[in-house]
Ligand binder design. Structure first.
Ligand code: ADP
Ligand code: GLC
Length: 478
């Protein structure tokens, strides 16, 4: 099976969040299952700084409204049996970030990703290779299924190509003003509610939802939630109209990168059978974050890693911090994003020296150290399509405390005194969060119980091979 993927992120080259991890790991797992996989990505500055590429000396001419814009094709050094192609146009992608700066999104994002999606669709024809499946991810490539569908009507080239669109996060839809519509060169009828029009704007995510042969999202619970008015971000009706073709498939964990038994980024390795290395990591984390030593394990360390965005639950966590520190417990934060949260976290660190430590920025090594060295992992998300950090924390024996939403609900089972791999709470409010933190901290101080909770999480199988098999079923069903 020839599978093509178009996406806007891939770890470790270009990453803002979990999408990048998925685009690194899913194609490799599909290749491992026997598929021939090709990924197409924009040639960002971050990519040319990190990977060797070959200029194939080939150009595409992309129609953007009444302009023709050239794209250069580069090939990356194949990794994990996956072929990598990059679409180069420096005017769009040779920038310091993927989507924008702290001042906001780049104001030509519609043009950048319409261009990229068109180029990704033209590439198979340039190489004269017919994909069996073209799989697109999130709003940045949501036009791909539509362009393929329209191309089918004018030529036979994609007649055997099925399309799949994965929603990683419905909160980001690629909504732009209607004046960008002509850039897509679509028939006028697509500027309507049955097409891409969305309350006077255009909505690129809608293209993927409406026109892909199959839809997937990254957990079964999120697949249900996005069909409700409450969590459908205005698109619930459109999604509901495709409910029969929608599958919720949980993400996996890449054990070559995220496994305490082999992780080279942590100071000591460990496994469920011998957790002594975790104590070394714990000590190293306290030292690195400037928190005092705790050899008697009196003060549980709660870790938080992520994008500082409304999604991630800081609005209920920050007001609960006084009570968490009082338990007593310590909290370490690593994140970047919204200025407002960065400032609040910095103030919190000043208010509680020795109890709260904050690092603002993106730091993969520190993310690994927090996963390994913390005792508990906080993920009180307002919504969470899948979430990878809670999966990583399960693998690292760092017990997750999560709000029961999306993929968090599907992967964390509340400890009931006999079984469970973490702690859950339901309502999006600080008192419920605090109640769960209180139970988790009590369990932390009961060593026998604690070891059982840790072991239950550490023994689970989150392998990408199982996930890839699910995607193969979806591809095969088209
Ligand atoms: P999302 O995709 O919504 O951001 P996920 O939990 O799916 O959330 O994935 C987040 C990924 O990004 C994880 O691999 C996590 O370790 C990483 N990450 C997020 N913020 C940071 C940061 N500040 N430094 C290092 N890694 C980070
Ligand atoms: C999104 C979601 C996150 C998910 C990731 C990868 O960024 O916010 O929950 O894990 O995509 O699918």
């Amino acid at each position: 099976m020839q599978i093509w993927m178009a996406a806007s992120e891939m770890a470790p080259y270009a990453k803002t969040g979990g999408l990048a991890d998925v685009i690194a790991d899913l194609p490799a797992a599909l290749a491992g299952a026997g598929a021939e996989v090709t990924c197409v990505l924009p040639f960002y500055r971050a990519i040319w700084e990190k990977i060797e590429v070959e200029d194939l000396g080939m150009d595409l001419s992309i129609e953007l409204g009444d302009r023709q814009v050239r794209a250069r094709i580069l090939q990356g050094k194949a990794d994990d049996g996956v072929r990598l192609f990059f679409i180069r146009r420096d005017e769009y992608f040779d920038r310091s970030s993927l989507y924008g700066t702290t001042r906001g999104d780049y104001d030509d994002n519609s043009e950048r990703f319409i261009f990229f999606s068109k180029a990704a669709c033209q590439l198979p024809r340039l190489l004269n290779q017919r994909p069996d499946i073209f799989h697109a991810h999130d709003w940045q490539t949501a036009l791909v299924p539509l362009f393929i569908k329209l191309e089918k009507q004018v030529s036979g080239f994609f007649s055997g190509t099925g399309t799949v669109f994965t929603i990683h996060n419905l909160a980001y839809q690629g909504t732009f003003w209607g004046l960008d519509f002509p850039m897509m060169n679509l028939p006028d009828e697509f500027y309507s509610p049955a097409g891409l029009e969305f309350y006077g704007n255009i909505n690129l995510m809608k293209a993927g939802i409406l026109f892909a042969d199959r839809l997937t999202t990254v957990s079964p619970t999120y697949a249900q939630e996005i069909q409700t008015q409450e969590s459908g971000c205005g698109l619930h009706e459109v999604i509901r109209s495709r409910a029969r073709d929608l599958h919720g498939i949980l993400n996996g964990v890449n054990r070559q990168k995220w496994d305490p038994a082999v992780d080279p980024l942590i100071p000591a390795q460990y496994s469920v059978n011998d957790l002594s290395g975790k104590w070394t990591c714990r000590k190293a984390l306290l030292e690195e974050m400037g928190l005092g030593a705790d050899p008697k394990r009196k003060l549980p360390i709660l870790g938080w890693v992520g994008r500082l965005a409304e999604q991630k639950g800081l609005d209920i966590l920050l007001p609960a911090m006084d009570s968490i520190v009082d338990l007593p417990a310590r909290v370490v934060f690593l994140g970047s994003g919204d200025d407002r949260y960065e400032q609040e976290l910095r103030e919190l660190e000043k208010r509680y020296p020795g109890s709260v430590a904050v690092r603002i920025g993106y730091d993969n090594r520190l993310a690994h150290l927090i996963e390994a060295g913390a005792d508990l992992f906080l993920m009180p998300s307002r919504f969470e399509p899948c979430g990878l950090n809670q999966l990583y924390s399960l693998v690292y024996g760092t017990v997750p405390i999560v709000r029961s939403t999306g993929g968090l609900a599907d992967t964390v089972r509340d400890w009931d005194g006999r079984s469970g791999n973490g702690f859950q709470f339901r309502g999006y409010d600080s008192p419920e969060l605090l109640e769960a933190v209180g139970r988790a901290v009590a369990a932390f101080h009961a060593p026998g119980e604690w070891a059982r909770i840790q072991a239950e999480g550490m023994r689970e199988d989150h392998s990408w091979d199982r996930v890839a098999a699910r995607y193969m079923e979806v591809y095969g069903g088209i």
